[in-house]
Design a protein around this ligand. Sequence first.
Ligand code: C5J
Length: 242
Amino acid sequence: MPILSAQPYDYTLPSNSQQLALVIIDMQRDFLEPGGFGDALGNDVSRLRAIVPALQKLLATVRDLGIAVIHTQECHQPDLSDCPPSKQHRGGEDGLKIGDEGPMGRILIMGEPGNSIIPELTPTEEETVLTKPGKGAFYNTPLEDILESQGITHLLFTGVTTEVCVQSTMREANDRGYECLLVEDCTDSYFPEFKQSTIEMITAQGAIVGWTTDSTTLIGSLKENYQPAMKMSSYSATSATR
Ligand code: C5J
């Protein structure tokens, strides 16, 4: 089994890359751009952009190797039927609430401009895009069925924000038996100290929730241990449809 240098100790990658998935949590305009949900809650959204180049490099490697990619988007139905009042009414007293009209459309509503994934990480047609009403990506979504049907056992976590949706999803995955690895320079928080605390909580007590590493180490190990996916030539792609 391929071994990856990680904290609190080495992480064992699966021997077959098809058992692995990159999970990109909520890299949507709502959290990274002014006028979205993150901004409405009073956060400095600009600091989250720093992870984009590292995440782009990791995504490119994962795509080359044919590893599964799952993008999530935190959002609600336009009629808010999947948004409990307890969630809708939270936030600062003056700021926009979920469902209110903002500069990028209705806040945190499915299909609105602010809800789209940032252009640098636009999903391909083969990748899974999962809309989720909760902070954790397993709550009220088909994620577990999707992973089970594809035989995925190991999850690489990235995205925002580290201590909210990323950590919630990683804990849900850990309880379901997945081997979870957080990529430290591909996740961030509006609060640097919360990111650091999350890393410490996850890796404490012998990886009680999972492992962490950095994208350079991960990319090196993925390239060393897995073969690039076979790309269909235009000739065979055409002939396959005949
Ligand atoms: C938050 C998230 N912070 N994606 N959502 O409300 O972390």
